[in-house]
Design a protein around this ligand. Structure first.
Ligand code: IMP
Ligand code: MG
Length: 183
């Protein structure tokens, strides 16, 4: 796995330091919600980020799930976002913190935010670990952004290429030979 990495873009200690800052900011912002918070990771990519983030927010919260597919198989650009599954329970009247790994074309958030609003969420805040340096990403509102990164394909810390590399502890780029083999 390590042989496929081109370079480390964000090292693990930097990720964890930044998540600590984000968790403090979120905790301050939502501490008035007496009914507590519902955290909704967009699977599969946000799984690892959410697991670390939620353990740093010392408030009552429920967890619900949504699964969206936008980079099926070995795609390096979004193929359009599809809601594959949702396990949302009763979000009616709940304050929702939607968590995704990366904001790229914005298609995923444009798909899922209205779903939560239609189900009657009291509010929907958006938290992403990464945002790519693209107009489409900046045009979509995000309340909390961990890192702005160059418009490159990245893997690790939940992000995959063809469903592999999610377990890398840092954010990396992939060697061109892996995603575009010469033979
Ligand atoms: P968007 O819908 O184009 O904003 O992209 C969001 C989703 O696409 C993320 O939740 C990721 O699952 C996936 N994605 C976007 N960029 C990358 C990348 O560089 N590497 C891996 N997955 C990505
Ligand atoms: Mg995703």
């Amino acid at each position: 796995m390590q042989d496929d990495i081109e370079k480390v873009l964000i090292a693990a200690p930097d990720i964890h330091r930044r998540i600590g800052e984000m968790a403090e900011e979120i905790s301050r912002d939502v501490s008035d919600f007496s009914e507590g918070l519902t955290i909704v990771p967009i699977l599969t990519g946000a799984m690892i980020f959410t697991a670390d983030l939620m353990r740093k927010i010392p408030l009552k919260m429920k967890i619900n799930l949504m699964t969206v597919s936008s980079y099926p198989g070995s795609a390096l650009r979004t193929q359009g976002s599809t809601l594959v599954a949702k396990q949302l329970g009763d979000v009616q009247g709940r304050h929702v913190l939607l968590v995704d790994d990366i904001l790229d074309s914005g298609g995923t958030l444009k798909l899922v935010v209205p779903v939560l609003q239609e189900l009657g969420a009291a509010s929907v805040k958006i938290c992403v670990l990464l945002r790519k340096d693209r107009d489409t990403a900046r045009e979509v509102h995000a309340d909390y952004v961990g890192f702005d990164i160059p418009d490159e394909f990245v893997i690790g810390y939940g992000l995959d290429y063809d469903n592999v590399y999610r377990n890398l502890p840092e954010i990396c780029t992939l060697k061109a030979s892996v995603h575009s083999p010469s033979d």
